[in-house]
Every structure is written in C-alpha cells, then in structure tokens.
Design a protein. Sequence first.
Lengths: 650, 172
Amino acid sequence: MFTPGSVRNSEPSPYTPPTGPSGSPTHPGAKATKRVRVFRWQGIIPLVLAGALTFAGWTLFGGRILRTTLSEAGTDAMGAQFDIAEARVAIMATTVELRGITLADPFDPNRNLFEIARLRLELEPRPLLEKKIVVRRLGITDVRTSTRRETPAQPSTGGGFAPRALAEVRRFAGQFNVPLLSLTPFDTFRAIALDPSQLHAVQATVALGHSADSVKSAIEAAYASLRLQETLDSSAALATRLQGTNVRTLGLDGARRAVTDLRTASARIDSAKRRVDALVADARRGIDTLQAGVGAIDAARREDYAFARGLLKLPTFDAPDIGAALFGKVTIDRFQQAVYWATLAREHAPPGLLPRESVGPQRRRRSGTTLHFARQESHPRFLLRRADVNVSIGGGGGAAAGEYAIAASDITTEPAIVGRPTLFAARRVGGGDVDSVRITGSIDHVSANAREVVNVNASGVRLPPLALPVLPYTMDPGRGTSELRFMLDGDRLAGRWSVRSGDLTWSTDSARARAMNSIETLVARALTGIRELDLVADVSGTIAAPRLAVRSNLDRQIAARLRAVIGEEVTAMQTKVRAEVDRVVEERSAPVRARIVELRAESDRRIADARSRLDAEKARLEERLRALSGGVSIPGIGGGTETLTRGAPS
Amino acid sequence: MLLLIKLLRSLVKTLHSDGTPAQIAFGIALGAALGLTPIMNAHNLVVLLLLAILNVSFAAGLFAWALFVPVGFLLDPLFDRLGHWLLVGQPALQPLWTAWDNVPGLALTNFTNTVVLGSVAGWLLLFVPIYIAARYGVVRYRATIGERVRHSRYYKTLQASKLYNVYTWFRP
C-alpha cells in the first residue's frame, strides 16, 4: 500500500523540518508549487484482492455463518431452540437449502415441534437488495413432528419478544381459577380455625380502615384550611367597631368607608361559604369511596366462603366446578398454545404501515434500534406467496401420525402491503389410524383489528388417555371425534374444545395406585361404569380476563353421586363455614363501618355548623349596613335598603 | 504487541514522512469513520475505498481507526439518541428514510439503525473539526519536536529494534 511520503527502511527520509511558518514540509529539490495528485488508482489493487479474499471466505464459510445466524434468529423469534445442521447458499441462483432443521417445543424441552430433513427456498433476487425475502418457491421434504429430543432444549435466553410472549401466555393460563375436586371424607364436628389475615374480606377491611383514616385526615385538613374562625373574628370585630354608629355620627366620608369595609367583610364570608361548598363535595366523594369499600368487603366475603370451604376440603356439587377440576388443565393447555402462536403472529406481522422497531444486529458495539419503513408499493420484509407441502408425521406424533397435505398463502411480515390475510389449511391424505383430520385457519392483520382463527376437526381419531386428577384412574376415550375452534379477535377470546367418544374405558393408574376412601370408592364405582365421554370446554372473555366453562357427562354423574351420598352433611358444613366466616369478618369490619358512619356524621355536623355561623355573620353584617344608613340614601353607595350581596367594590 | 508497535511505527513514520499535513489530516478524518461507526457496514467500504484511491495517508487512516474505536464505544449512547432523533423525531425526514429503506442496494447500508445513522452523522459533523485539529497537530509537531524525536535514542531504537525487523519480514 502506498503511503504518501513513506520510504523504505534502508533509505533516509526526505523529511526535513519546515522552514516556513506554515509548517509545510520542504525538501531539497521539491518545488513549492508542486501539485499533489488527488487520486492514486493503484490503490484499487489491494481492495480488489481484499474483495477476492472476502468472496473466497464467503464461499468457504458463508454457509456456516448463515446457519449460525439463522439458528440464533430463529431461536429468538420462536422462543424455543431452533437448530440447523447445514446451510447451503447459491448466490447466483438465489436459493438457500437448509438441512436438519429442528424446532423445540416451547412448552416441552424434551420434544421437538418438528424436524425437517430438507428445506429449499427459491428467492426473488430484487427484494434481496432491499434486505427483503420474497420466497418464490418452497420445497420441504421429510417432515416429522412431535419427536423426542436426544438432549433437552435450552431455554431461550434472548431478551426478545418470544420469552416475553411465553411469560405472558403463562400468566394468561394462570388467570384461570381451576377448582380442586375434593373427595376426602370430612368431620362434621371439626372446628373451623380461620386465620383472619388469610381472609380477603379482612384484608379489605384493614385497607378500608387505613383509607378511612386518610379521608378523615384530609377532611380535617381541608376544614382547618377554611380559616373560618379568622374570617368570623374579623367580621365580628368590624361589626363591633360599627356598633351604634350611623351616617350622622360618621359623616359622609366615614360612612362610605364603613360601607366599603362591610362589603369587603361580606365578600370574605361569601368566599368562605364557597370554600365550604367545595369541602362538602370533596368530603362526600371521599366518604362515598369508603362506602364502596364496604361493598367490596361483602364481595370479598363470598370468595372467603369458597376459601374456607377449601380448608375443610368440602366436595362441591356444582357440575361446572367438577368439570373444570377434571378437564380444566388439559383445556387450558390446548388454548394457551393457540394464544401463544397468535401472540407471536401479532408481533411478527403487526397491522399497519407505521415504522416498526426491532433490536439492531448483535455486535460488540451497542446494537441500537433498527427501524423498518414500509410503503404500500414496496415488498414486505418477508413474503411466502404460497406453499404446498406434504408432511409425514411418524408414529412419534401419536394420534396425529399420518400423511398430510399442507397449504399456506401470503405468509408475510407486512400484511398491510400484501392486503390479504394469511390462510392455511391442512388435511390428512393417508396413513395413520385416523379417519379424517382437517385444519383451517387465517391470520388477518390487514386492518387495525387483528384476528386469528383456527379450526381443527378430527374424526375417528384415537384420543389421548387422560389421568383423572383426584382418583388413581386413567380414562382412555378410545377412538372418537375432537374439535377445536379458536378465535382471537382483537383482545376478545372465543374458543371451544369438544371431545366425543363412545368407547370410553377405565384403567387403574399403577403409578398412583393407593387405597381409596369411602367417597372416592363410591365416585370411582360410578365413573368406571360410564362408557361414553361428551366433553365441551369453552373459553371466553379477554386475554386479560379469560373465562373457562367445562361441562361433561362425567361431572354431572359425579355431582349426582356426591349429592346423593353426602349432600346433607356437606350442606350443613357449608352453613357452618359461612357462619364462621361471617363472624370473623363482622368482628373486624364492624368497627370500620362504625367509623365510616361516624365520619359522615361528623363531617355533616361540621359543615352544617360552618354554614350556620357564616350565614349568621352575614346577616349581622347586613343588619349593620342597614343600621349605618339609618334609612338615608348615601350618595355613591346606594340606599339603606341595599344588601351586601353585591360584594366589595373592586 | 506487534499491532501496537506497528501503529506506533506507522504514526511516527507518517509524521516524519513527506506527506503534507493536509494529506495526513484528511487520512485521519476519513479513518475516524472506521472507529466511530460500527465497522461491518457498507459505508465503511466506501471509506476504505476513499482511503485507498485518494492521495491521502492510508497509515494515518489506520491509525485514526485504532484511535477512534474507544471513542466510538464511549459515544455509542449519544449516537443511539442522535440516530433515534433523526429516524423517529423528525417527521419531515421520514419520507427520505422510507424511500431509502426501499431502494435496492441502499437498504443494505443499515442507515435505518439508530447507532449506524447516529454515528455516521456524528462522524460527518466531526469530520471538519478532526481534519483541522489533525492538521494543526501535524504542523505543530513538525515545527516543534519532530526533528528532536527523529534524532532521539528511542526513535532510533524503535527503528533498529529486532522485534520491529521481525515484524517487517511479515509486513504485507
């Protein structure tokens, strides 16, 4: 590389100290006016060499770099370990071939959601120059799903969206209050020992007591800030000073000054009355809030009945509760996966064309934020126009094993540009032990209101066995039909999972085998005689407040059996529990209720007192004004019949 | 260590070369881009190309790269904010970024990244001050201690050091 002025080591440097004030170098033989060349074209040679080296490096290591980059990006995007065994890039043909792709199940680290032996992408070249990927053709061969991993997947540690989405979905699942099914015998004479601090109503009472103290302090402070006494004292002093005076004793000027003073005092009284009115509004608002808190105690008390009943492990007779206890967890598992993928889809393909932010590339320097500016006429950052794939799910996929034809269209990151929702469908075309499986769905993020819909229908499918949560039994529904409908419309959820089977069998779960108590034996006898399963689970509400309703023929049978055997005892115990909760709560809440009543009365009394004193003082001032004029009209300040409501002259 | 010696040698050699202060200062101002901005970006290819084909001090450019890397790290938060302000805080510029992000080739420049854009903008703002400061520094150095350094024991030792000679065998 040429360096201006550089010399070989063996040669003396031509540099000599400058002689001029500018410091410009001068050396023997150099002309002062020598023109320096702007370009040195030979400098291109090392650059070309460096470019050639880079190309060679890319040829040798490009696949490895791409594989590592895609694995990291996939893991961050999916929230689960994403591996690629081999990546090949053909730059001129704009194709990418990936082999040995595995994506771990975000909900089960020992399982892969899928394994793809070979995936080939043919990309459109022009969008690549815009850092966009438009897939012209997708080829996938040898796909297996639900396979076991040899090594457990690493949890996604990136700070990206997927781990947050996973945490959000787990929080969503945690919001369901799945009741416990209790079948333990209970002692009707057992005393209930309630820890008051565990009761929600008591906690609400304590909080209300603190609020009452705050409101009381606020009202007292506001009352003190009225400075009523000072206003009244000042007015009284004026009235006393003008006692026995009139226009004749004071003279015209003196009378004018006295009237002005009276009006000023009257204006101060009016101002104080307005402050009292404002205090009335504030005090009422505060006390109304406290009254609402009293209502909250009663609402919390109803939760405490259930809590106290749970302490005694009293069985419930409500069929929906029993249904939720039996099938709640498995239902929530189904729907939380749907919510997870819908949430991920919303993150990766949000509606609208506003600039989107994503974390910049990983580097030693700060990553920063990369903004993506889209416009209607441009290519989306990612677009798969259409994919038709045949997938074979092996025996590891359990009931889902078989050959499937999958089709998808318009999978994109910018639905607003594409203008059409993503559609996908899958159907079983052969193999396996299933009559038919159909999956259809759409991801509609074209408008501002995002909407995801999935429908799964399976008939003649071998339904997975389910362990009963309370009894040491496993029920095997055998072959039946299963249907899942899920829709997330904005924030609103609507989902239904139904299972029907006429081939229900029961077996003892050897891992949980134990001696059963009398109630369990009765219930088990009733259940194991049932040969049909008819389950319907509904999810509704919003993501922030979901509701679950499960009903089945099993819970109706259990409820009927329990009611027949131990109905009376349970009812008696429930009454006892309610009475005990009422006693504990009443003991704590009564003083607080009394304080609130007292606070309201005290506040009303003070306000009434303030108003009456101000009114009396105002009347006294008016009386002084009338006495001052003695019925004579004073020029410039009106007649003697004039009242003080005009206020003080400005 | 070799890198340090190389840089030191490069600096001394550059300062004592017959390159004009303007050539050295221009090399430093250009090379500052390599240190101030994230290196793996398309604009740095342009900077390298300019360093290679313009008749400026390439060695000074490499020296500035090393010199400004820590400065770049230190100023990253500032660059991030500057880039964010340009990309998000200026609605008038958004049509430009939208066009830029959708033009083949230009989209590869990463200029829609806050740190990249902020650091490039920062470098462009600092280009003239760096040039003026570097030029002044070279002139002052040559006018004051340049000759003394050239005749100093350390300089000669550095010139004659075996280590350096070993290094020169492998010098490209």
